[in-house]
Design a protein around this ligand. Structure first.
Ligand SMILES: [Zn+2]
Length: 345
């Protein structure tokens, strides 16, 4: 049985070395994917017909896939990328700020506790990690068999890996069909179903959730902190607060790549994320933006009629933790949770 705690320092060193080599070579590397990216503001726009996903799931595609680091990945003890992307895609998209994890969905008034991955109907959905199927079909929320369930056809996997002894689950919803049944053992990357339109959805996409089981129950987590990033890409996360440490909710700020000039609008979580404890037990973040090309960026924000800016680095394969602390401005921070490095031993 594989466990996160058995993620040895030897393996850690190998991963570190591999990534150091990759980073050293990165100036000469051509990133194996199309440079086109989705514009901010387009939600779940269909993938162009000439680049539709390989629906067979056998990898005989005629175009380049976005390649991700293998899980588990933890370049620093601050990271816990234990899961792999559930859909293969040929370019990176960034969901618009108002439809990300931790925001209130305007159409339904509910807190969004998953990651929406746009894909055409029929695209294969893959298990994010090894584990056992604990739910498959209609009724994940309302009870098995209930076809009115907002999740539609869904699959839930209990993973073999755990995080600090806490069980990890992943949930795949709005499926067209499931290829697995309760009790099945699945491997990482195994095709378990396909993208569909079942349940409450405005268009074909995979709504994907990561949950951890604690003594108090099951809590959703932002999948962007658990899924290994694409090669040469990193994750930005942190806490946007006033100078007394009080979180600024639904607060927008801008991230600009100094290399490409591209802007991203980032919005902090809805206050209910903190109330329902569905932020990371370690990061205690109130914003995340993943899939950022490694490099230099400017962050900028208006606060109390003053414009604050700072230059930050996004390092690949890791969480880059940046806080805003009111009149103190942006600060490169350390997550406030207790650091557990047991898994490195
Ligand atoms: Zn969703």
């Amino acid at each position: 049985m594989k466990s996160y705690q058995k993620f040895t320092s030897a393996k850690f060193a190998i991963v570190l070395l591999t990534v150091a080599l990759t980073m050293a070579l990165s100036n000469k590397m051509v990133f194996a994917r199309s440079p086109e990216t989705r514009e901010i503001g387009q939600k779940n726009a269909p993938i162009p017909l000439d680049s539709q996903p390989d629906v067979t799931g056998e990898g005989n595609s005629t175009y380049d896939r976005v390649l991700h680091y293998d899980a588990p990945l933890a370049l620093s003890p601050h990271d816990h990328f234990l899961l792999e992307y559930p859909i293969k895609f040929d370019y990176i998209f960034w969901t618009t700020a108002d439809y990300r994890y931790g925001y209130r969905v305007k159409e339904f008034g509910t807190l969004h506790k998953g990651l929406d991955i746009p894909a055409v109907e029929g695209s294969p959905v893959m298990a994010s990690g090894e584990g056992k199927v604990v739910f498959a079909g209609y009724g994940l929320l309302y009870g098995a068999g209930n076809k009115k369930d907002p999740y539609g056809i869904a699959i839930k996997i209990k993973h073999r890996d755990n995080y600090e002894g806490q069980t990890i689950y992943t949930v795949y919803t709005h499926l067209e069909k499931t290829l697995v049944k309760v009790g099945d053992e699945v491997e990482t990357g195994q095709v378990i179903g396909s993208v569909g339109l079942t349940g409450n959805t405005s268009g074909p996409h995979l709504h994907y959730e990561v949950r951890i089981l604690t003594n108090e129950g099951q809590f959703n987590q932002n999948p962007e902190l658990w899924l290994t990033p694409p090669l040469e890409h990193g994750v930005l996360a942190g806490r946007i607060t006033n100078q007394s440490g009080y979180p600024l909710n639904g607060w927008k700020f801008i991230l600009t790549s100094l290399e490409s000039g591209r802007d991203w609008v980032i919005s902090t979580y809805d206050p209910d994320v903190l109330i329902y404890h569905v932020h990371d037990p370690y990061y205690k973040e109130n914003y995340v933006l993943s899939d950022l090309p490694a490099g230099s960026y400017q962050v900028s924000m208006w606060y109390n009629y003053k414009h604050y800016t700072s230059i930050i680095e996004i390092n690949p394969g890791t969480v880059n933790y940046v806080n805003f602390e009111g009149t103190k401005g942006f600060v490169r921070g350390v997550p406030p949770g207790n650091l557990n490095t047991d898994f490195l031993n």
